[in-house]
Design a binder for this molecule. Structure first.
Ligand SMILES: [Fe+2]
Ligand SMILES: [Fe+2]
Length: 167
């Protein structure tokens, strides 16, 4: 179907996307696990804030509502889809995540996460532009879909941090 090769510019951008998707899927899952660990009775730290509930929730991916664990799984699926695409385009997918930044308090953790989403939105808008220039419709569509997920994550983290600020 698609015989043309992607440019080095596009392949490099796709690898930057994989590195950051791997990073955030680790980052969010660890933040979830740390919060869930603190929330268990054994550490004696029962956590009541909205931020902690969101982070510590074990809710399953197929149940309604949002949790950091669900978002971590979505990020892993993004990494999967981008890796598949880079291979289709003849590229070599990276296995190296960008530097994971956990944070110490729930607020610091979610601030780190919001920053990641903001960076992702910038990078993915750039990828959509380059894919459009190269008439690579499949990559463009993939990133339009992923971008809408990242915009939702960014909004959700912002809303949680704003609500926390008001309390
Ligand atoms: Fe993502
Ligand atoms: Fe995201």
């Amino acid at each position: 179907m698609e015989s043309k090769k992607a440019s080095h510019e596009l392949l490099n951008l796709l690898n930057r996307a994989i590195a950051r998707e791997l990073q955030v899927s680790i980052q969010y899952m660890f933040q979830h696990s740390i919060a869930a660990g603190h929330n268990s009775s054994t550490t004696g730290k029962k956590l009541s804030s909205k931020l902690y509930k969101f982070m510590a929730s074990h809710s399953s991916v197929w149940l309604p509502g949002s949790s950091l664990k669900k978002i971590a799984i979505i990020e892993m699926k993004h990494a999967e889809a981008i890796t598949e695409r880079i291979v289709q385009l003849g590229g070599e997918p990276t296995t190296k995540p960008d530097t994971v930044a956990i944070g110490k308090t729930p607020r610091e953790m979610l601030e780190n996460d919001r920053e990641q989403e903001r960076d992702a939105i910038q990078l993915y808008r750039q990828i959509i532009e380059v894919a459009d220039k190269e008439r690579d419709d499949a990559t463009k569509k993939l990133f339009q879909h992923i971008l809408s997920d990242e915009e939702k994550h960014h909004q959700l983290f912002t809303d949680l941090l704003d609500a926390d600020q008001r309390n």
